[in-house]
Design a protein around this ligand. Structure first.
Ligand code: KIV
Length: 273
């Protein structure tokens, strides 16, 4: 990467300022150095080294088989290609079952270059969140549809449609914010619930399948390039940005940034009421 194209690093302070001024945050997954370079150079604010790699790279039918060794390997690759984006890394299934284990797993990912770690779950993660944050490890909470709990949830479906479940989700999001979570990732919830949570929290809420009201948007890179593996059903909230690109894959990333920042994506056709 030439020094000319070096971007100023995105930090948590940058994201807080973006929320304050109403600028949408853009995020995409990446799992290797080349795509990390293309995505960050296109101006995407946050790269997620997601455990979705188990499905889009490894061919599994869920994220459950992904290990810490997998995450560290991909994290190192993304770090080498990154051009200034904030790098978030998933703690994989069963790597944060206890507070002590959360610390060890998160420390491994931070040593590999992560700037923040993401944990799936609600208020039960408050103590782990507090412990990590107190020790210098920023935390993104992931609520709504949490794919690591797919066997309990019973399918990849919209969460929080029931008013009591929606209220519980708002309360638990506040608990995690109070415990120190710096970002909330909200997956597959109705637009009204996304709006309520984004307004209730001071920290940025990044949505996927939550409608346009979140403070930012994230997508799995393979989905927005139209190359979702055939074994995975393409969710309603996905848009393929490649056809409208004037510059191949790099142009699709730029089109995604423009659409999210311009409030054009996601539209009603990508959202749940
Ligand atoms: O692992 C992942 O890619 C994710 C996204 C669904 C946001 O958590």
């Amino acid at each position: 990467m030439s020094s000319q194209s070096k971007r100023k690093a995105v930090t948590l302070t940058t994201l807080m300022a973006m929320k304050a001024r109403g600028e949408k945050i853009t995020a995409l997954t990446a799992y290797d150095a080349l795509f990390a370079e293309l995505i960050s150079t296109a101006g995407v604010d946050v790269i997620l080294v997601g455990d979705s790699l188990g499905m889009v790279l490894q061919g599994h039918d869920s994220t459950l088989p992904v290990t810490m060794a997998d995450m560290v390997y991909h994290m190192n690759n993304v770090r080498r290609g990154n051009n200034g984006a904030l790098i978030m890394a998933d703690l994989p299934f069963m790597s944060y079952a206890s507070e002590q284990q959360s610390l060890q797993s998160a420390a491994e990912l931070m040593r590999a270059g992560a700037h923040i770690v993401k944990l799936e779950g609600g208020a039960w993660l408050a103590e782990s969140t507090r412990m990590l944050v107190e020790r210098g490890i920023p935390v993104c909470a992931h609520m709504g549809l949490t794919p690591q709990s797919i066997n309990r949830i019973g399918g990849y479906r919209v969460q929080g449609r029931d008013p009591s479940q929606a209220k519980e989700m708002i309360d638990e999001a506040k608990v995690l914010q109070d415990a120190g979570a710096a970002i909330l990732l909200l997956e597959c919830v109705p637009v009204d619930l996304t709006n309520a949570i984004s307004q209730a929290l001071e920290v940025p809420v990044i949505g996927i399948g939550g409608g346009p009201g979140a403070d930012g948007q994230i997508m799995v890179m393979h989905d927005m390039l139209g190359i979702t593996p055939s074994s995975i059903r393409v969710p309603k909230f996905v848009k393929n940005f490649l056809p409208e690109s004037k510059n191949g894959i790099a142009g699709a990333f730029e089109a995604y940034v423009e659409a999210v920042k311009g409030g054009v994506f996601p539209g009603p056709e990508h959202s749940f009421t």
